[in-house]
Write a protein that binds this ligand. Structure first.
Ligand SMILES: [Zn+2]
Length: 109
């Protein structure tokens, strides 16, 4: 069961972006970050000769689903509504948040 969950995590960790013009796969040429929760990506379309599109985009971390076991005190990412619900249950003594694992049922995107 654990192996299945690990495979799912690997599959979802691959970010694929398609060119908005021709639909071909886009690759990241370079990226940079100024703050830990935001990364700017410089992308190019792999259909270079027929399309040639290049763009800049962003990947941001917007909400916490499961708190880190080693939180960085300089990072402040708001908890999701799902996590706020879990925190309310913890405050009532119904669950322990430290027992939450990233593979537990989380809200669907
Ligand atoms: Zn393209």
């Amino acid at each position: 069961m654990t192996e299945t969950n690990e495979e799912e995590v690997v599959e979802f960790s691959r970010l694929r972006l398609d060119c908005p013009h021709c639909g071909s796969y886009m690759k990241v040429r370079t990226s940079k970050t100024h703050i830990p929760e935001l990364r700017e990506l410089y992308l190019y379309c792999t259909n270079e000769f027929k399309c040639g599109y290049r763009c800049k985009g962003r990947v941001s971390i917007d909400e916490t689903l499961v708190p880190s076991h080693c939180p960085n005190p300089d990072v402040n990412i708001r908890p999701s509504n799902w996590l706020l619900g879990k925190m309310a249950l913890e405050a009532q003594g119904q669950i322990r948040l430290t027992g939450l694992k990233p593979t537990e049922k989380e809200p669907k995107p």
